[in-house]
Structures are given as C-alpha cells and as structure tokens.
Design a protein around this ligand. Structure first.
Ligand SMILES: C[S@@+](CC[C@H](N)C(=O)[O-])C[C@H]1O[C@@H](n2cnc3c(N)ncnc32)[C@H](O)[C@@H]1O
Length: 329
C-alpha cells in the first residue's frame, strides 16, 4: 500500500489537515485519559508529534496500522517514547482480536478510513475497541476527483491486469449491502474501485456517515464534511517523454513539471507495487497525468525567475466525533 519513506516525505497536506482537526478538538483531546488508540498511524509522526502531546499526561497511546513496514518504522523511530507503542491491526478485519475488544478509552484516526471499502466494518470495529462511554475522533477523505483517474487508467488494457484482484466477489457483496442503505451511485464493481473511498460517490457523504454511525450504535457528537485545498508547487519534470508531450499539448505550455504533486501521487498510489518494473515509470506518468488533468493548474514564478506550473488540489474530508453509549440495553 503506502511506501514508508515516500509517504513520510510527501504527506504535507495530510499532516496539515490532521493538525487543523487536532487543534479544533484540542480540549476534547486534553480530556482523553487511559489507553487510547490511533488507527492507521502510518509512520507514526502524527501519532507522536500531534496527538500524544495533546492527550492528558496520564494517557497512553497505541499506534496501529495494517502495514508492517509502517509499524516497524514507527517502532524504530519512536523507541524511546514510554507512553507510545505500536502494533499491526487491520481495522477492516472481520476477526478483531478478542483481547482488543473494549480495551480503549478513546480512538483517533486521521486519513486512514477512506482506505476501507467496508466502511461499516471499520466503524463497527472502532465501536468494539472502545470501552463503554469511550469516544472516537476520526477524519478521512470523502471525495477527491483524483480517484476517478484510477478508474480511467483501469480502462487501459496495458494496466488493467494490475488493477484487478482476486477478492472481487467479496467486495461486490460488501458493496451491495452497503449501497442499499448508503447509496453511492454505481452499478458495477472492479478492483480499482476498491481504492476509491466508499463515500467518494455518495450524494451526501455527511448524511451517509451520520446514518452509518447512528446505525452502528454511536452517539454522534459532531459530523461534518469540509472542503479543503492544497497547492503543490515544487516542481519535478515528468520522466516519460511521450507523456510530457501529451501534457504539453493538453495545457499548451512550454514546460510542465509536476513535483511534490508527483511524489505525493506516487506515495499514495495503491497499484504501483503491483506494476512490473519495466512499466512502472510509464504507469506513474500516466496516473499523474490523469489526476493532474482533473486539477486546476496555474503558473507561478520559481526562485530562478522561471515560469512553472502549480497544481491546486481540491478535496473533501469528513470529520466525526462520536461516543459509545455508557450502557448497552
Ligand atoms: C495516509 S496514511 C495516514 C497516516 C497518519 N495517520 C497520518 O495522518 O499521517 C494512511 C495509513 O492507513 C493505513 N491503513 C490503510 N488501510 C488500513 C486498515 N484497513 N487498517 C489499518 N490501517 C490501514 C495505511 O497503511 C497508511 O499507513
């Protein structure tokens, strides 16, 4: 999924958005005591630098992630932090370990849950992880037109085999169950779809999330959808000459360079690890081109006085703060 170093170096937008929400909920975080869990902690930087210092001093924080390389990296990097530990956990699992049930006073999750196609399962697991009365603060991506680029690239016969996997049937049934109630608008399902966030096609993602949380049993204390934007302005020349030529035609520009943006796209692209080496660079170019063609490009001046292109990325996030009731009936 994610490449550790690449993600750590190209996740400025995620870090900034997590900080915004964490600062907004600073009071709530300061009241979090006991054993807290960060779900989808990635390299552990947000866990250590943004979350941990804001929790009550008596709190202990456990960072969890589906990715072993992420957990290994976080463990190694934050070895000396006594109140912090890390372990592997798939929040979408249908077999949540018994010993983890009801263990956490609070749960946090930033920029992870959009990876879960079975969003219901992920939220149900968060419910199970919490103690009675426990609270969760989550933020994740709801919509980004860049995700439609995956579906477009998937149509290309050269890449199609690498964007389709085995558990198609499982995903279809999950999808059918969820669409009955939460109605994103699509009729077919492919592997590439699996990496398109569940709420991406919802007509009203905030309402769909609120309904899902209520149905699971949470009290919803806050649920909002926010529009965000980020400008990728560092430059990096596209490597493939053919792709660059297409870009030049598309945007009628003298030089188009896509950096920061390209690094970011590659760091978060779920298909790259499946692509054979001889096709990798070309695939990266095609994905970057497809995503960039959906964005707003504008010229700026770099430090050398040259004109370059920046990319404005607009997207939506969902933020929810929920509570597991103190008693179950
Ligand atoms: C964009 S990173 C966010 C990392 C960190 N929370 C941050 O804000 O920088 C998303 C992380 O979610 C993890 N992830 C994806 N699916 C997951 C799942 N089903 N269970 C747990 N973690 C998952 C990925 O491995 C990745 O490290």
């Amino acid at each position: 999924m994610y490449m550790v170093k690449e993600y750590a170096n190209a996740s400025k937008a995620q870090y900034r958005d997590a900080l915004d929400v964490i600062e907004e909920f600073e009071k709530e975080l300061s009241e979090m005591k006991g054993k807290c869990i960060d779900i989808g902690c990635g390299p552990g930087d947000v866990t250590k630098k943004l979350i941990l210092p804001r929790l009550s001093p008596e709190a202990e924080l456990v960072g969890t992630d589906i990715s072993k390389p992420m957990i290994d990296h976080a463990r190694q990097k934050y070895l000396d932090e006594k109140r912090l530990s890390f372990f592997e956990l798939d929040i979408e699992t249908t077999a949540l370990p018994n010993e983890e049930m009801g263990q956490y006073s609070n749960a946090l999750s930033f920029y992870c849950l959009h990876w879960c196609q079975n969003a219901w399962q992920a939220f149900e697991n968060i419910y199970k992880l919490l103690q009675l009365g426990g609270k969760a603060l989550v933020m994740f991506l709801a919509w980004n037109d860049g995700f439609d680029a995956y579906m477009k690239v998937h149509e290309n016969p050269q890449y199609k085999p690498y964007m389709e996997v085995d558990n198609h049937n499982t995903q279809v049934s999950i999808y059918k169950k969820l669409t009955e109630d939460y109605s994103p608008n699509r009729s077919s399902f492919q592997d590439a779809d699996r990496f398109v966030p569940f709420f991406h096609r919802s007509k009203d993602s905030r309402a769909a999330l609120r309904t899902m949380l209520n149905d699971i049993g949470f009290e919803v204390l806050h649920c909002s959808r926010r529009e965000k934007s980020f400008v990728y302005q560092n430059m990096e020349i596209l490597k493939s000459t053919e792709t660059s030529a297409v870009f030049l035609r598309l945007f009628n520009c003298i030089v188009l360079r896509v950096h920061g943006f390209r690094s970011h796209m590659i760091a978060v692209n779920p298909f790259i690890s499946r692509i054979p080496d001889h096709l990798k660079e070309e695939f990266e170019d095609v994905v970057v081109r497809e995503v960039a063609s959906r964005k707003i490009l504008f010229t700026n001046k770099n430090d050398n006085g040259q004109q370059e292109y920046s990319i404005l990325d607009r997207y939506h996030i969902l933020v929810a703060y929920v509570r597991k009731p103190s008693s179950t009936y």
